[in-house]
Write a protein that binds this ligand. Structure first.
Ligand code: 26W
Length: 819
């Protein structure tokens, strides 16, 4: 008998129909009569998965044979959402799968909704990692994503009596057909214990770490398919398991619960995603998570490299490791430990390899979000890594002293913060361990140089560079907005599907009345789809003909949902006092989660819901104003919301939003933006032209100046009748008759301090909103600007971001010099 070779799967609908049936029968064990919708989803997923595997094996083989450099993207978060539509669309299977399912009277659109969202992330940083994984596959950059396989992803949000309630999320409940457990790829991860000095005759003295605890990291792989299936990369997520699942002594002596103690402790490491993206939690378990996935990923990278090359001297020629924020920054010390203690390298060469291999992306300048760890905790959990950090610090300070930096600057670059009870600064560690450090928008990168990394930038002036964020046009245009995709294909041809820059051809059609009308007709259909969701979930009926004014993102003081809802209140007052004026109908839509421990953010959610209840029940504003808070904002909801927006709210206090990526998704789908000169809004202004975006408010420099001058909102509020009356109505309990005191502190903060410049920016915001009202009446002008937004946003594709990283930081991917 000859050894069989696997047959590549055919993609016609008849083959699909029979394979879906085969999966239903032999993988799930049901016949069509007994199959529930979920069974059809699973059978379809498995049939599609077979096609992915063909491409996946091919991609891996190609990369291994060519010896191309691989990118390893280390991220604590991957906010990927659903995968079925992404895979079907990228493989060009939409038509055959739809037709195949029709044979069994099953609709793809229905079953795909049953797939749970993989919500292994909090917000912008995690979603960026997911867009980057898709873009690396689409642009042919060989890559591994490395992260954590949380059993419970980001919490599910419900709104009960106007308030956020957090519920556990359980995405693995029905199993996960996309993942492959790789038991053979398991590594031991140590914690605690002691470091021993070993002095053998004839050998240089060395340190050896003897951990007090060990857990096992087990790999789970998910294939990530690029556009047209040309390349498939791997997302490798680590799950923690106990090395000693049952303590037999305890078990045999009858202590059955105690026997599982170790297993429970080990498995706790990957049980749940920390839901705070604004304040560092400072919990030991979080540091355990960070080290666990960093060490597992590095051990995996080293094992693969040694298998291919038998040496680690050339590691940085073959691997680029990107640190997604400081969450994996302990990797710098861990790679040094592995090179020196395990593989026998001398310090200097280990350091050269480490720096050449790592690069680091910073995603926030907010001081309360910068990670630092108490020395005593670090030392107890990771004693050898702590020694290495001290040594890196000594070396860095020596270099700075040689270059003549003064005491204040040395304090600023030190890896140890001595002011708050001695802490390890993870940003400084990531910086010195990397050859390139990047910000995520032009403004943010400049602010990095001026603020957190001022002194390190002086010491290493060529290391910081900018890589403005992007979003994948496959998920955020083609999949989320099939109506617009079909219209654009019809108008300018299909070339933009492969080269999104071609969207620029639409610009010429912005003044074509017939095209504009079709464009706005697609927008209306998308608004009807969202209106239906709002009706079904909240029993609020909204008019799809009204302006959909939308702010969806994490709830945070700096993002200023509070400013938006105050404007809604002022508008509500004005409509009632001046009903004769020419008001334009609006639906103000909000969505987003607050960190469970972030009290002010939760109050803002409560206020939005309180205002919504009052406004929506008031017949005097019925057709002019509605306020909606959509619970449980997530990737799947974003796919419905982005295409349905007329107006996108990007109103953060200038200087505080590193980039934003929702801003890009909205504008790509033809929403106009009202926003501050913050993050990537600044570059959107450059690409869109100032007629096509509505910018207001203080600049980053003005905000910084006011903060230095101890600005307060009091005189501004006293001089603005609109703002004062809006705030008075909040305080008087107009929206909270059952809780008069509820918002007293939220409002008094504006009078006494106004740290987030809400009072300072209110008037400019209000005026800009009224300009948008005027524009809304002028349908052709609005339509022209909407078309120009779609036409001019292609630069914000994550393919462009990835090509820049590949060329300037990783030296990997198509076109990279062979090494
Ligand atoms: C330690 C707690 C913690 C956890 C997560 C602090 C900070 C974070 C993230 C860095 C927050 C985050 O998601 N930042 C966002 O990153 C996006 C992608 O670059 C940017 O577009 C957003 O502006 C930025 O807020």
């Amino acid at each position: 008998l000859m050894a069989p070779t696997p047959q590549r799967r055919q993609n016609d609908s008849a083959t699909f129909a029979s394979e879906i049936l085969e999966k239903l029968t032999y993988a799930i064990g049901k016949n069509p009569a007994a199959a529930r919708r979920h069974d059809w989803l699973e059978a379809t997923t498995l049939a599609v998965r077979d096609r992915i595997i063909d491409h996946w094996l091919e991609s891996n083989q190609k990369t291994t044979e060519s010896g191309e450099k691989r990118v390893c993207y280390l991220s604590m978060e991957f906010l990927i959402g659903r995968l079925l539509r992404d895979a079907i669309s990228n493989l060009g299977l939409t038509q055959s799968v739809t037709e195949a399912l029709a044979v069994y009277d099953v609709e793809l659109d229905m079953i795909e909704l049953l797939e749970p969202d993989a919500a292994l992330g909090n917000g912008g940083l995690g979603r960026l990692a997911a867009c980057f994984m898709e873009s690396m596959a689409s642009t042919g950059v060989p890559a591994f994503g490395y992260g954590i396989r949380y059993v419970h992803g980001f919490f599910r949000q419900e709104v009960v009596d106007g308030e956020q309630v957090e519920l556990p999320e359980n995405w693995l409940m029905h199993g996960n057909p996309w993942e492959f457990e790789r038991r053979e790829n398991s590594y031991e991860i140590g914690f605690g214990g002691k470091v021993a000095a070993i002095d053998e005759p004839g050998k240089p003295p060395r340190q050896i770490w003897r951990p007090g605890e060990r857990v096992l990291a087990v790999a789970y792989d998910t294939p990530i398919v690029g556009w047209r299936g040309n390349h498939v990369n791997t997302l490798r997520l680590w799950s923690a398991q106990s090395l000693d699942p049952i303590l037999l002594d305890a078990f045999n002596s009858g202590d059955h619960i105690g026997a599982l103690r170790e297993a429970n402790k080990a498995e706790a490491i990957t049980r749940v995603l920390y839901p705070a993206d604004s304040h560092q939690a400072g919990q030991e378990l979080r540091l355990r998570q960070e080290y666990f996935f960093s060490s597992a990923s590095l051990q995996d990278i080293i094992r693969r490299h040694l298998k291919a090359y038998g040496t680690l001297h050339n590691l940085s020629d073959k691997v680029a490791i990107q640190l997604n924020d400081t969450h994996p920054a302990v990797s710098v010390a861990e790679l040094m430990r592995l090179l020196i203690d395990v593989h026998g390298f001398a310090w200097d060469e280990a350091w050269t390899i480490t720096q050449a291999t790592f690069s680091y992306t910073n995603h926030t300048l907010l001081p309360e979000a910068l990670e630092t760890w108490p020395i005593h905790l670090f030392e107890r959990l990771l004693p050898r890594q702590m020694q290495i950090i001290y040594a890196i610090n000594a070396q860095t300070i020596r270099e700075a002293t040689q270059k003549g930096l003064d005491g204040g600057k040395i304090t600023a670059i030190s890896l140890i913060d001595e002011n708050n009870g001695r802490r390890v600064r993870m940003g400084q560690l990531a910086f010195v361990g990397s050859h390139a450090i990047n910000g995520v928008s032009a403004l943010h990168t400049e602010l990095m140089k001026e603020t957190v990394f001022h002194s390190l930038h002086e010491l290493y002036p060529s290391r910081i560079q900018n890589k403005t964020n992007g979003v994948t046009p496959r998920r955020w245009l083609m999949q989320a907005n099939p109506g617009l995709t079909a219209l654009v294909t019809d108008a300018i041809g299909p070339a933009f599907l492969d080269n999104v820059e071609k969207l620029a051809d639409l610009d010429a059609l912005a003044t074509d009345a017939a095209f504009r009308e079709k464009f706005m007709a697609v927008k209306l259909e998308n608004k009807q789809r969202l209106a239906k969701v709002i009706e079904e979930r909240l029993a609020i009926s909204v008019d799809p003909g009204a302006m959909f004014d939308i702010q969806v993102k994490r709830i945070h003081e700096y993002k200023r949902q509070f400013l938006n809802i105050i404007e809604a209140i002022a508008l509500y007052d004005q409509i009632r006092s001046h009903p004769e004026r020419n008001w334009q109908p609006r639906v103000k839509i909000f969505g987003g989660k607050a960190a469970p421990s972030y009290a002010q953010a939760k109050e803002i959610i409560h206020l939005i819901n309180d205002v919504a209840r009052v406004v929506n029940a008031d017949p005097s504003v019925q057709n002019l104003l509605k306020v909606v808070f959509i619970p449980n904002y997530n990737v799947s909801l974003a796919e419905i919301i982005m295409p349905a927006a007329d107006l996108s709210e990007q109103i953060s206090t200038a200087g505080l939003e590193a980039s934003g990526t929702g801003n890009m998704k909205f504008a790509l789908n033809g929403a106009l933006t009202i926003g501050t000169l913050d993050g990537a809004n600044v570059e959107m202004l450059e690409h869109l032209g100032e007629e096509n975006i509505y910018i207001f408010g203080l600049t980053a420099a003005e905000v910084a100046a006011r903060r230095r001058e101890a600005h307060s909102g009091r005189s501004i509020i006293e001089n603005s009748r609109l703002l004062r009356e809006a705030l008075d109505s909040i305080v008087k309990g107009v929206f909270s008759p059952d809780g008069q005191e509820r918002y007293a502190s939220l409002v008094s903060n504006l009078y006494n301090n106004d740290w987030w410049m809400i009072a300072a920016d209110f008037e400019a915001y209000w005026q800009t909103q009224r300009k948008l009202d005027d524009l809304w009446q002028d349908t052709p002008s609005w339509g022209e600007k909407a078309v120009r937004n779609t036409a001019r946003m292609s630069w914000f594709s994550s393919d462009r971001s990835i090509r820049e990283y590949a060329k300037d930081i990783w030296r990997a991917g198509p076109g990279a010099p062979a090494s």
